[in-house]
Design a protein around this ligand. Structure first.
Ligand code: G1P
Length: 293
C-alpha cells in the first residue's frame, strides 16, 4: 500500500534556541528566508505525500498561519506585480495540512501516538523538523520505495562519528544488503561507548500502523520521555523493521552550530548572496589571522 500520509511533530519547546523561541515556534526559524518546517513539508510533497498532519503544542499558531492563505499579503503582491514574491508565499498554501495538539509534552513517541486517529490503519511517514535532507531524489521517497519492496517499516539512517552516537537513536545491524539493513535492536541515545554501531536514526521513518499498539503502552524511556525508538524496537520483535542508509546530505538544524552551518551553506547556493558572503569570509579570515599574530 502506498504511503500517502505524513506526521510532522512540531510540539517541542525549542529550549536550545531561547530566547528566540520564547514567543515563536522553533520550526519557524528561517534558513535564509524560508522557515525550517517548510523545507520538511516540501520534502514530503516532493515524495508524493498527500496529507500532512502537524502535531503542535502551545504557542505554535504561527505555523498554522504560515501554511494558510494570507489574502491581504497575496493581494498586495499581486497589485504591485511582485510575482516572484507572490509565488514564494503560495508555494505550499495549497497542500492539505491538518493540525492536532499534543496535550502534554511527553516526548516524540507520544506526539506520534496523538495522531493515530488521523492515520487509521495504513502505513505512514514521520519527518522530524530538526533534520533537513538535501537530495534530488528526496530522502522520504527513497524510504517509501523500500517500504513498497519489503512491505515493512523502514527507518532512515546515516553513519555518524562514534563520539556522536549518544545523541541519536542507534541501530544494531544483523545483516547489510547494500543500503537496506536488517536490524536486531533499536536503542535510543545509548550511553557513550556503548553504541552497537554508528548507524544513527536521522528523522525519517515509514511505519506500519501496528506501531500505535506499542506507542499506546506509554512506556517511559531515555530522558523520562515516551520514545518512538523504543516502540520501534518492540514492533521489530513482532514484525521486522528495516533500516535504510539513504542518500543525501543531512543538515542538523536542531542545534545552534548546525543551524548556522546550514544557513551559510544554503546562502552560498543563492547567486544574489554568494559573492558577498565569500568576500565577507575572506575578510574575516584575514582579520583573525592578523589578530592571532
Ligand atoms: C530524535 C529521535 C532520535 C533520532 C533524532 C534524529 O531525537 O528520538 O532517535 O536519532 O531525533 O535527529 P532528538 O534529537 O529529538 O532528541
Amino acid at each position: 500500500m502506498q504511503v500517502k500520509k505524513a506526521i510532522i511533530p512540531a510540539a517541542g519547546l525549542g529550549t536550545r534556541f531561547l530566547p528566540a523561541t520564547k514567543a515563536m515556534p522553533k520550526e519557524m526559524l528561517p534558513i535564509v528566508d524560508k522557515p525550517t518546517i517548510q523545507y520538511i513539508v516540501e520534502e514530503a510533497i516532493a515524495s508524493g505525500i498527500e496529507d500532512i498532519i502537524i502535531v503542535t503544542g502551545k504557542g505554535k499558531r504561527a505555523i498554522e498561519d504560515h501554511f494558510d492563505h494570507a489574502f491581504e499579503l497575496e493581494d498586495t503582491l499581486l497589485k504591485k506585480g511582485k510575482t516572484d514574491m507572490l509565488d514564494s508565499v503560495l508555494e505550499t498554501s495549497n497542500v492539505e495540512i491538518h493540525y492536532i495538539r499534543q496535550k502534554e509534552p511527553l516526548g516524540l513517541g507520544h506526539a506520534i501516538w496523538s495522531a493515530r486517529r488521523f492515520i487509521g490503519n495504513e502505513p505512514f511517514a514521520v519527518l522530524l523538523g530538526d533534520d533537513i535532507v538535501e537530495n534530488e531524489d528526496p530522502c522520504l521517497a527513497q524510504l517509501m520505495r523500500q517500504n513498497e519492496l519489503t512491505g515493512k517499516s523502514v527507518i532512515g539512517v546515516q553513519q555518524v562519528p562514534e563520539e556522536e552516537t549518544h545523541r541519536y537513536g542507534i541501530i544494531d545491524p544483523v545483516s547489510i544488503d547494500g543500503k537496506l539493513i536488517k536490524v536486531d535492536k533499536f536503542v535510543e541515545k545509548p550511553e557513550a561507548g556503548t553504541a552497537p554501531s554508528n548507524y544513527a536514526i536521522m528523522g525519517r521513518y515509514i511505519l506500519t500502523p501496528e506501531i500505535f499498539e506499542f506507542l499506546g503502552q506509554h512506556q517511559l524511556g531515555a530522558g523520562g520521555e515516551i520514545q518512538l525508538t523504543d516502540a520501534i524496537q518492540k514492533l521489530n520483535e513482532v514484525q521486522s523493521v528495516y533500516a535504510y542508509e539513504f542518500e543525501g546530505r543531512r543538515f542538523d538544524v536542531g542545534e545552534k552550530f548546525g543551524f548556522i552551518e546550514t544557513t551559510i551553506e544554503f546562502a552560498l547556493k543563492r547567486p544574489e548572496l554568494r559573492d558577498r558572503l565569500l568576500k565577507l569570509f575572506e575578510e574575516k579570515l584575514k582579520e583573525s589571522y592578523i589578530e592571532e599574530k
